[in-house]
Design a protein around this ligand. Structure first.
Ligand code: G1P
Length: 294
């Protein structure tokens, strides 16, 4: 049986330049979808997959992330006195057990591969998950749960994949696979951000991974790749052929909350799924439509 996946890494050191000025003094992972920050969705998704240790790779100016996963005695006291039990639960219930959230800094922005490498001492020698809070998956079973279950089925490395339009391959890690249509695509090659004409397929990796710890021995080499960055995709490519490696076509819709359009769509979709928000979301869309028409 495959080793259980107990630990997850959340790369959250990014500057969020695409959301300036909103992210000048606030981490982009604190952007809200309806009423919860992106990082909270990612942590809750990991917890729903059985993850017990949450490792945030942070950087300067990310203090709000630590505060969000800490208790807030003053605020809790006020809510308690006012009898606001729902609000109180909403700021307490998502916090993992004491000591379960850990922080490590990525001192220099050298790429996603380097960010993950910074967590190596906290992972040790076991398979682990990676969740990028920018990528939000709505609908279906929690995406990481689907990935962990696929890992239990196949062993080895498993990444979440989806089809993208060919003109967008240069934004993603792209698979070379003999069975792109299947639920579990066998990975024979991985290329980071290929031009559309060079892409071996249109099946792309999104920010959900279950990887073997061997990835660190490849990241140790600090090889730079696309964009002059240390790429996770390149380190993963070195593992192909040494252990099973699959791309899971997950159930659900992925929103790229690293872009304004994706973030807006995630907000509307999430609101539509919430009984308390659906009517408000429909009214907002109707109001926006009438502004456009007038
Ligand atoms: C990263 C990875 C890329 C992956 C993407 C998914 O790129 O390097 O392989 O497809 O996340 O969101 P980034 O979005 O950080 O440029």
């Amino acid at each position: 049986m495959a080793h259980p996946v107990r630990k997850a890494v959340f790369p959250v050191a990014g500057l969020g330049t695409r959301f300036l000025p909103a992210t000048k003094a606030m981490p982009k992972e604190m952007l809200t979808v309806v009423d919860k920050p992106l990082i909270q969705y990612a942590i809750e998704e990991a917890a729903a997959a059985g993850i017990e240790e949450f490792i945030l790779v942070t950087g300067r100016g990310k203090q709000a992330l630590e505060d969000h996963f800490d208790r807030a005695p003053e605020l809790e006291g006020v809510l308690e006195t006012r009898g606001k039990s729902d609000a109180l639960a909403s700021i307490r219930d998502y916090i993992p057990a004491d000591g379960a959230v850990k922080y490590v800094r990525q001192p220099t922005a050298l790429g996603l591969g380097h960010a993950i490498w910074c967590a190596r001492h906290l992972i040790g020698d076991e398979p682990f998950a990676i969740l990028s809070p920018d990528d939000m998956v709505i609908g279906g079973a929690p995406c990481m749960k689907q990935l962990v279950e696929a890992h239990e089925e196949t062993g080895g490395n498993v990444v979440a994949v989806m089809d993208v339009p060919r003109e967008e391959t240069s934004r993603y890690g792209i698979l070379d696979t003999p069975n792109a249509e299947d639920r579990l695509a066998i990975i024979e090659g991985l290329v980071e951000k290929p031009a559309p004409e060079d892409a071996p397929s249109t099946l792309s990796v999104i920010g959900r991974y279950v990887l073997l710890p061997e990835v660190f021995s490849h990241l140790d080499r600090h090889e730079t790749g696309a964009g002059g960055e240390i790429q996770l995709t390149d380190a993963m490519a070195h593992m192909i052929g040494k252990a099973p490696f699959h791309g899971l076509r997950f159930e659900g819709t992925r929103f790229d909350c690293g872009t304004k359009e994706g973030w807006l769509a995630a907000n509307l979709s999430q609101a539509m799924l919430r009984p308390d928000m659906r009517a408000g979301a429909e009214a907002a869309i109707a109001a926006a439509q009438s502004i456009r028409e007038n």
